[in-house]
Design a protein around this ligand. Structure first.
Ligand code: GLN
Length: 196
């Protein structure tokens, strides 16, 4: 049976993740309300604007159900703004900001760490578990600062960590869904299948 994966569909890069999950053999559901979470084996939280996304998560009563899913061991993967939403602390260039989050990973996300939209870039990155470099697409990406040993850095660039795993919670500050490379999506699906 194909793994059934939810993609948070409130704002941001939803279609690209759904297309890639479809390519790697999943069925998908766009998550807009708690009932959409029923039966999913993994949840992807796409990039977009984390300030808008957290407001929408609160408005659509998704905060507690997503926390419950995480507590039940379902893999949850946030990309870029999605990783900001999963972090326990959010900052911008060294000062803490008062932005609520799901607080599911002991990580401080420093928003917009690489500068403005015009400073977006692509570079080959080394991800542990993958044998060849991966094309990392960074768009107003955060840097991720682990706050506990349970947060395992699996990819860094010269500025700092950009992919962190905390058990079933995955945070990456780049955009695999904007490339032709399906390897990170495949890794996530393997995790979802093993956990089910
Ligand atoms: N800078 C955005 C934020 O912090 C994230 C940008 C993105 O997801 N590409 O919300």
């Amino acid at each position: 049976m194909k793994p059934h994966i939810g993609v948070l569909a409130l704002q941001g890069g939803v279609a690209e993740h759904m297309d890639m999950l479809d390519t790697v053999g999943c069925t998908t559901v766009g998550v807009r309300c708690p009932s959409d979470l029923r039966g999913i084996k993994g949840l992807v939280m796409p990039g977009g604007e984390s300030t808008a996304l957290i407001k929408l998560l609160i408005r659509w009563d998704l905060v507690s159900p997503i926390r419950e899913l995480a507590g039940a061991g379902i893999p949850i993967w946030g990309t870029c703004a999605g990783s900001v939403l999963l972090s326990s602390e959010i900052s911008e260039k060294s000062h803490r900001i008062n932005q609520p989050s799901l607080e599911l990973a002991p990580v401080r996300a420093e928003r917009n760490s690489f500068g403005r939209q015009a400073a977006s870039f692509q570079e080959d990155i080394i991800i542990s578990g993958l044998d060849k470099p991966f094309p990392g697409v960074f768009i107003r990406a955060p840097l991720l600062f682990p706050l506990s040993d349970s947060a395992e850095v699996i990819c860094s660039v010269s500025e700092g960590a950009v992919f962190v795993r905390c058990g079933n919670i995955w945070l990456c500050s780049f955009h695999p869904e904007l490339t032709d490379d399906t390897r990170v999506h495949r890794m996530f699906i393997e995790e979802a299948v093993i956990g089910s």
